[in-house]
Design a protein around this ligand. Structure first.
Ligand code: GDP
Length: 463
């Protein structure tokens, strides 16, 4: 399938959703003001039915357009190629000789955040053709180091010997470079997310609707390989659960996040999207049971959900949530539970979460490695997808817009608009880079602007 065809297909899908967000928002607003709230609700229900039918048909397009098998093969080939390149990078023929980058795993944050820290380091390594050395002694999740829980990120090259270490920003000639946290990096390289390698990008877009998270997912795939003991602990917990498809993953992040980095969201807000997913699926499939895998750091949510939604089957381990809810969150004890949750969320057919949480984003990134394209299989209650510390995320205007009112932003075809987020009501917020003005943008008049970067092409690695 051509890139143009894939982009158009995804655009129709995305804009069908945008049309629904807009109508839903406007009519719901009217319902509050108007005396005819019952009538308006009836219209909303009817439009929702039509929307589900429309989206369901569109999803079928990918299965019958003749490229289904091709996409599967291509996705798996490209993932294998990326993993081969990373293995080659991490196992240079002569370690002593190799250029290196040092990544210190001493960031005082949760596991999702630490994973993203390593991802950033690995992308840096890949972009500069330096072998990544992970310093993890004294790591908060295992004092002895990363290698005691996961397979090391290199089999053959794990030290910079006593070569001189230069802090980034460093010149190209420096043999060993040490990286700061991405939040405080100066001279931020253009190859950091959401950029994707130009030699792969045109292949990725032909099977995946969100190449940036696919690329991050590939880094996670390389990094996240539990050792036998950890893998057994994960498998044992999972074996106790009755995991069956169809199933929707729900991640509810509460405790210390609420009020500081994210808003509180009631279980009903998540379940609305779970219901919608099943109502759509039931148009074409028989569903024996509406299953939900619930991952959370709030010890009470699972019980609440079971009480409130007796027609649903909730999978999840209350003891995992309990551990996560306490201060033990940042200890080895919590790690197994979190890995179980991440693994399960990533295996679900659909994910409802908040992308303000790194756990929610990691689950989605892992989902992107588990299948050909997960870019239409999630709903985030708050943020659009991002990578903490990323370079600007722009959308390009594909239709002109002249602002209706002082809240809206005007733009011309071709304008780049730095986006802050989607409000899920038909509009998002952004800054027009040509006019420097900020305002609301009708999302459907813009398209995601994918940044390509000329990463090294690893020609010595078999294609
Ligand atoms: P963020 O704070 O949500 O952006 O993500 P971090 O991973 O940086 O830190 C949150 C920490 O809370 C995680 O590392 C977990 O220890 C814990 N946590 C959050 N959500 C869950 C969950 O659904 N399951 C489990 N087991 N732990 C969670």
């Amino acid at each position: 399938a051509s890139e143009e065809y894939e982009n158009l297909r995804r655009r129709v899908f995305s804009n069908s959703k945008e049309l629904w967000y807009f109508i839903n928002h406007e009519l719901t607003k009217l319902k509050g003001e108007d005396g005819q709230s019952e009538k308006i609700q009836a219209i909303l229900d009817q439009v929702a039915d039509r929307k589900r039918s429309l989206l369901s048909d569109q999803q079928k397009l990918t299965e019958i357009d003749g490229y289904h098998e091709w996409r599967k093969t291509e996705a798996s080939n490209l993932s294998d190629l990326t993993q081969r390149r990373l293995r080659a990078l991490q196992n240079p023929p002569d370690c002593r000789d190799a250029r290196k980058v040092i990544c210190n795993l001493n960031k005082g944050c949760g596991f999702g955040c630490q994973l993203h820290h390593i991802v950033y380091c690995l992308i840096f390594a890949y972009a500069t053709e330096r072998t990544l050395i992970l310093n993890s002694k004294g790591w908060r999740y295992n004092n002895k180091g990363w290698e005691y829980v996961f397979h090391p990120i290199s089999d053959s090259c794990t030290t910079a010997y006593d070569d001189k270490v230069v802090q980034w920003p460093a010149s190209y000639d420096a043999k060993v470079v040490s990286l700061p946290f991405i939040d405080s990096i100066t001279q931020k390289p253009k190859f950091l997310p959401l950029a994707v390698p130009s030699d792969l990008a045109h292949r990725i877009v032909r099977f995946n609707g969100d190449p940036s998270s696919w690329w991050v997912g590939q880094m996670l795939k390389y990094i996240l390989k539990p050792r036998a003991a950890m893998q057994k602990a994960i498998n044992d917990t999972i074996a106790k659960m009755n995991f069956k498809t169809p199933i929707v993953g729900v991640h509810i992040r509460r405790t210390d996040k609420v009020g500081t980095e994210a808003a509180f969201h009631h279980i009903d807000e998540y379940m609305l999207h779970v219901k919608d997913y099943y109502a759509t699926l039931e148009l074409t499939h028989y569903v024996d049971k509406r299953r939900v895998y619930l991952a959370t750091d709030d010890a009470n949510v699972l019980e609440d959900a079971r009480k409130k939604y007796p027609d649903y089957e909730f999978l999840g381990d209350p003891s995992i949530a309990k551990t996560a809810a306490t201060h033990r969150r940042y200890t080895p004890l919590s790690l197994t539970g979190l890995l179980v949750d991440l693994h399960m969320l990533a295996m679900c057919d659909y994910l409802v979460c908040t992308f303000s949480s790194q756990v929610g984003r990691v689950a989605y990134e892992m989902m992107q490695t588990n299948r050909v394209d997960a870019s239409d299989s999630f709903y985030s209650l708050d943020d659009i997808y991002y990578f903490g510390g990323q370079n600007a995320h722009d959308r390009r205007a594909v239709m002109p817009h002249s602002a209706a009112g002082s809240q809206e932003l005007s733009f011309q075809v071709g304008d780049l608009i730095g986006v802050a987020g989607n409000h899920w009501n038909g509009f998002g917020r952004g800054t027009n880079k040509r006019t420097n003005l900020n305002g609301l943008i009708p999302w459907y008049k813009t398209a995601d602007h994918l940044v390509l970067y000329p990463f090294p092409e690893y020609k010595h690695v078999p294609q």
